[in-house]
Design a protein around this ligand. Structure first.
Ligand SMILES: NC(=O)c1ccc[n+]([C@@H]2O[C@H](COP(=O)([O-])OP(=O)(O)OC[C@H]3O[C@@H](n4cnc5c(N)ncnc54)[C@H](O)[C@@H]3O)[C@@H](O)[C@H]2O)c1
Ligand SMILES: C[N+](C)(C)CC=O
Length: 501
């Protein structure tokens, strides 16, 4: 067990935390103990913020050249690549990710580091602007992009590594220092990163990693007057609380990546074999515990029966079980609490008149005796006013909604408080893109789903979020711009003689 005891990482050191209390991390597939993590108190978080502030102010990172910062980020990427399998296995154990999803996540995280290391070596930090007014013609103006300061990141359990790196990679690349709060359910993989960062030569205090209760650690960071920016990924309810605390304290800049109830539209001309498999991938990946899951599947009435039949027969082929096995398609649910929440939604769906066409039979076998399991569940005959079409379930449950016309499909898709993602399936790509343009969401996949690339921004419309991560926007979100005006006449005074004759 000793090697699976994880300390907090503050000011370049692994520390036990002020109360020396530890919490258990449980494998959701069999309820075994994966490891112990030190539980941070507000005193520990304060120490982490102060370490990040000192590190920012001393310039060991914030004033380092972009090329040198990029070298360290690439060193971290190399360190992660060398331990790819180990990191993926740890995520399988602590979060129930299948080995495929966990491996994809490590690769996405490495690519995010590499992308930002490349981006800061291009002159994004500098922008010349040309005066367009005679009064300013003899001046030279430029905009400098500067780091913001101490940035906090709050990370959820479903993609602990990738979401962590959507914050750490651009945040560090831009020259900020950081305090990351890891999720209590799956804290270990990001805590491993502390060692990798240290080995890559990240100066002390630049990256601090703490674990602890959201209400204590997360709220303390959100309300802290010396935290200059907060980036939160999690539920919409907690996101609203973060925004309240962050603006009331010091008007800190906030990026919020929140929940979703994404619509996935199969158009009449779609290749159903492709669309059905793609729509199951859209909802069952990571047992549906993915923010952008296509949980409202919109199907034309003319092809409805075919689609339902296809979904049921293909979903039955998903192997649910031990997430460490290569052949497993779907693993467990993160916790007993989350499993019970999903089951409650399933009962609500039945009560409100939706027809459960798959998922009634409990999973049978030794592997399901322990751990937290919910079978792939399909509801037919859902209408968009039902609770299971309006609220985020965060489980392997898809609500199939029939529609009569393309216009009706778009109206249903947009009738949601959320706007995170969506999908469109059609043989006619031009038509699919026209539909995509009319959907009010931040990401749409045409004839695919869940494919993420560090070059493209990710984030939500409406109550799915504020701001963007990834892409150039994701880097700029960790900078603030400063306009510098240099008077070329070396005689600025001549311009205000009217006041000081
Ligand atoms: N848009 C995205 O990119 C994205 C990505 C992943 C997850 N999510 C969303 O996250 C939710 C599932 O994750 P979850 O259950 O971990 O969400 P959550 O909001 O309960 O927790 C997210 C993180 O916030 C912390 N937290 C909890 N309460 C807090 C509080 N009062 N103040 C500060 N921090 C607090 C948690 O400890 C955790 O680290 C879903 O709604 C999902 O859609 C969104
Ligand atoms: C966007 N992503 C996949 C990293 C996390 C969503 O839950």
């Amino acid at each position: 067990m000793k090697e699976n005891k994880y300390s907090l990482f503050i000011d370049g050191e692994f520390v036990e935390g002020s109360t020396k209390e530890w919490f258990e991390v449980i494998n959701p597939a069999d309820e075994s103990l994966v490891g112990l993590t030190a539980k941070a108190t507000v005193e520990d978080v304060e120490a982490a913020v102060q370490a990040a502030k000192r590190a920012f102010d001393n310039g060991s990172w914030s004033r380092l050249s972009a090329t040198k910062r990029a070298e360290v980020l690439l060193g971290m990427a190399e360190g992660m690549a060398a331990r790819q399998r180990e990191l993926a296995n740890l995520m399988v154990e602590e979060s129930g990710s299948t080995i495929h999803k966990a491996t994809m996540e490590v690769i996405l995280s490495i690519n995010t580091l590499k992308y930002y290391a490349d981006l800061i070596r291009t002159p994004y930090t500098y922008e010349a602007i040309v005066p367009n007014d005679d009064a300013f013609i003899y001046s030279y103006n430029f905009v400098q992009r500067e780091p913001i300061g101490v940035c906090a990141g709050i990370v959820p359990w479903n993609f602990p590594l990738a979401v962590g790196f959507w914050k750490i990679a651009p945040g560090l690349a831009a020259g900020n220092t950081m305090v990351i709060k890891v999720p209590t359910e799956a804290p270990l993989v990001l805590m491993e990163i502390a060692k990798i960062a240290q080995d890559a030569g990240l100066p002390k205090g630049v990256l601090n990693i703490v674990a602890g209760a959201g209400r204590v650690v997360g709220e303390y960071l959100a309300a802290h007057p010396q935290v200059d920016k907060i980036s939160f990924t999690g539920s919409t309810g907690v996101g609203k609380r973060i925004l309240e605390l962050s603006s009331a304290s010091n008007l800190k800049i906030a990026t919020l990546e929140l929940g979703g109830k994404s619509a996935n539209i199969i158009l009449e001309d779609a290749d159903l074999a492709v669309a059905i498999d793609g729509s199951l991938f859209a909802t069952m990946l990571h047992s549906g515990q993915v923010c952008e899951s296509g949980t409202r599947l919109l199907v034309p009435k003319s092809r409805y029966d075919e689609v339902i039949e296809g979904l049921v027969s293909r979903a039955k082929t998903i192997k649910v079980g031990d997430p460490s096995k290569e052949e497993t398609g779907m693993g467990p649910i993160i916790s007993k609490k989350q499993k019970e929440k999903i089951e409650e939604y399933i009962q609500i769906g039945i009560k409100e008149g939706a027809k459960r066409v798959l998922g009634e039979e409990a999973l049978q076998g030794k592997v399901y005796e322990k751990g937290f399991w919910v079978p792939p569940t399909i509801f037919a005959d859902v209408n968009n006013q039902m609770t299971i079409a309006r609220e985020e379930i965060f489980g392997p449950v898809v609500s199939v909604i029939p529609y009569k016309s393309e216009a009706e499909a778009i109206a249903i898709a947009n009738d949601s408080i959320y706007g995170l993602a969506g999908g469109v399936w059609s043989k006619d790509q031009r038509r699919a893109v026209e539909v995509a343009k009319r959907m009010h969401t931040g990401t749409i996949w045409v004839n695919s789903y869940h494919l993420l690339n560090p070059i493209a921004p990710f984030g939500g419309y409406k109550q799915s979020g504020l701001g963007r991560e990834l892409g150039i926007q994701g880097l700029l979100a960790y900078t603030q711009s400063k306009h510098i005006h240099v008077d070329l006449e070396n005689d600025g005074g001549s311009r205000y003689r009217w006041m000081l004759p």
